[in-house]
Design a binder for this molecule. Structure first.
Ligand code: NFS
Length: 656
């Protein structure tokens, strides 16, 4: 078993891990030391796309290779290390884009049924956003019925997945220059499914064997995720469940309550979670819980389901990806629901060591041994109540002697949707990004960074996030964050306005104080990375910072990534013009040419590029260097120097 201190920088996680260890329960932190990654596969050079292999192409020598040596570095079919690495990378993009987009399709289907009035438990909540969306999709508004508009919006969004020709409609939201870049390169995606299928076809044995060509289609596929699938989810979820606005919440395992029925909602799609929120507030349910000896019902989220209900309802977050088993090993969880994505198969094994019931709720994602209760949107609330009742009934089975709930949870202010940032900065009637742009131009804010993505058990839980984010805000870079990264920032206490006083540089701090925002803004779940695309676009459109996303003093990072979804997200950031740094490991290192293409050549065409750096401080410095380069190109580097001088002067005055 692992040394407790080594597993996390978060004291709560360390304590919870010690408890699990004491209970003799194996978790991800133990398994990770048991299994070593295969170095050939990790570098992207293992091809298992046909039955003549798997072919493991050895890593390149650390010197100039002879032609004979080079010739030996191929698979049976002759595929080079380049082709193999590019194919593997491209397939990660396709799988990640599929996950986001299949989630989005489900949301679009539910939305359409709700719009038609076929679902009694789902409705249109944010009419304003529906109108905005309708305009963007070219749906006529005039004096039409809200219902008709919603139906047409739903139909158009659903059709985006199977569209064969033309372009994903939301590409039109991007800066004009960006659209031009995509069109000139021939990578404006047509339909979401089409690009993914073509990606799988091209990477089948004997098809596309030009790594540059493969990687260009990977860019196209990822754009179908970011500006397609993911954006559709975010938009329709907002219309159905409300656009997030600032709300206070709490995060970490300490949110579990000793005397309440604890239910953990884990997974990604917000459909069931929304119903669970309503059901948990039902007086009858609360009465039922009391009748079973509990003081109430306590919902807690995990992974992106958590982000969805946190952002919209302030429901507390139990933890991020690496904390999912530890939620159960507290011994205080009556029931955990899982739908799709990032759910460890070990959950059932862990649950079986306690009284916890693990419930799968989606036909696409079952776990052996777990009970399955299919979520059907036609009877959404009913299903939620059924699950809730099971949890309440299970309360009596909790063995209080085996319960250890860590004391601590952290406060945070969340809910920074693109619309909210707009409003907070500009006010209700002048909603705009102008003040943000102005503060970037005058140098108080040096730039903006999107820090996103997963935890990875190969690095100490949350450590890269903590170090990178602190380094960025100390250097006056405003951080936007999503997914498990957001929860990490919350757990580190970086998501309160007060955090700016403690951790932010003088410039950023002054802006945070004036607006009353934290230096790290919680933008939502991983599909909500589309909100960052919208924010970046809004900054370009507001003027003064160039005419493309690639002109912005901005950068992206996923310092603890692990999922294919993260690769798809990184790729669409890059394909949208953003410099993006990943940590932990890089999946193409066994092909120098492919790595070089992603890290350098992409910039020539896409104006955005990847980088890899395991050290979070160095990675943050790379982002800052990129931001400074962009400031210089925009001619606003001088302003910043002056500001810093002023600060120095002010300090001198204070001291005097
Ligand atoms: Ni994103 Fe959300 Fe977390 Fe990674 Fe998984 S929960 S969708 S993939 S692990 S950030």
């Amino acid at each position: 078993m692992a040394e407790a201190k080594a597993v996390s920088v978060d004291q709560v996680t360390i304590e919870a891990y010690e408890k699990a260890k004491g209970d003799g329960v194996e978790t991800v932190f133990d398994r990770v030391s048991r299994i070593k990654p295969c170095p050939i596969g990790a570098g992207g050079a293992c091809c298992k796309n046909c039955a003549m292999g798997p072919c493991r192409v050895p890593a390149p020598k650390n010197r100039e290779e002879t032609p004979e040596e080079k010739a030996k570095r191929t698979g049976v079919c002759g595929a080079t290390a380049e082709t193999i690495a590019a194919r593997n990378f491209a397939r990660m993009v396709a799988a990640g884009a599929s996950a986001h987009s299949d989630h989005a399709r489900g949301v679009a289907e539910t939305f359409l049924k709700a719009a038609k009035g076929e679902l009694k438990d789902f409705a249109i909540k944010d009419e304003q956003k529906l109108y905005q969306l309708a305009m963007d999709l070219g749906v006529e508004i005039d004096d039409r019925d809200l219902k008709d508009i919603a139906v047409e919006v739903g139909e158009i969004c659903l059709a985006e997945f199977g569209k064969q020709e033309g372009e994903i409609i939301f590409l039109k939201r991007a800066p004009l220059k960006r659209q031009e870049i995509w069109r000139n390169l021939g990578i404006a995606p047509r339909g979401v499914d089409r690009e993914v299928v073509e990606m799988l076809h091209r990477t089948h044995i004997g098809v596309d064997q030009d790594y540059e060509n493969i990687l260009m289609h990977a860019a196209r596929t990822s754009l179908a995720d970011g500006w397609g699938g993911s954006m559709i989810s975010t938009e329709l979820q907002d219309v159905m469940f409300g656009t997030p606005e600032p709300v206070a919440g709490r995060v970490n395992l300490g949110i579990l309550k000793k005397d309440h029925v604890n239910i953990i909602i884990h997974g990604h799609e917000p459909l069931l979670p929304e119903m669970m929120v309503i059901a948990s507030q039902d007086p009858e349910m609360l009465k039922y819980a009391e009748s079973k000896g509990a003081k109430g019902i306590n919902l807690g989220g995990l992974c992106c389901s958590a982000n969805e209900i946190l952002m919209r309802h302030g429901i507390p977050v139990a933890g991020n990806f690496l904390q999912q088993e530890l939620a159960i090993t507290t011994g205080a969880v009556e029931l955990m629901t899982v739908d799709v994505q990032c759910q460890m198969e070990s959950l059932q094994q862990v649950a079986s060591c306690y009284h916890t019931k693990l419930i799968t709720t989606d036909r696409r994602a079952r776990i052996e041994g777990a009970q399955h209760i299919q979520f059907e949107e036609e009877r959404g609330l009913e299903v939620a109540k059924e699950i809730l009742k099971m949890a309440i009934d299970n309360f009596a089975n909790r063995n209080q002697d085996r319960v250890m709930i860590p004391d601590e949870s952290k406060e945070m202010v969340v809910g920074f949707s693109h619309e909210t940032i707009n409003y907070l900065l500009g006010g209700m009637f002048r909603a705009s990004y102008r003040p943000l742009n102005d503060n970037i131009i005058n140098g108080r804010i040096r730039g903006v960074a999107g820090v996103v993505g997963c935890n990875n058990a190969r690095v100490q839980h949350n450590s890269n996030f903590m170090v990178m984010i602190k380094e960025l805000i100390k250097n006056d870079v405003l951080v936007l964050t999503t997914g498990c990264s957001a929860m990490a920032a919350g757990e580190m206490g970086l998501m309160t306005p007060e955090a700016a006083l403690e951790y932010a540089g003088d410039g950023l701090r002054s802006v945070c104080e004036a607006v009353g925002i934290p230096p790290v803004l919680h933008v939502g779940s991983c599909v909500d990375n589309s909100r960052i695309l919208m924010a970046a676009t809004a900054m370009v459109k507001d003027g003064g910072l160039g005419d493309d996303i690639s002109d912005l003093p901005a950068a992206g990072a996923a310092p603890e990534w692990m999922s294919e979804k993260a690769i798809s997200i990184g790729e669409y950031f890059v394909a949208s013009g953003v410099f993006t740094v990943f940590g932990v490991t890089w999946p193409t290192t066994n092909s120098e040419a492919v790595t070089k293409y992603l890290f350098e050549k992409y910039e020539d065409s896409l104006k955005g590029m990847w980088a890899f750096e395991q050290d979070p401080v160095k990675a943050a410095q790379m982002m800052i260097a990129h931001i400074d380069k962009k400031r210089k190109e925009l001619g606003i580097d001088k302003a910043r120097e002056r500001i810093l001088y002023d600060m120095e002067k002010r300090r001198e005055l204070d001291a005097a």
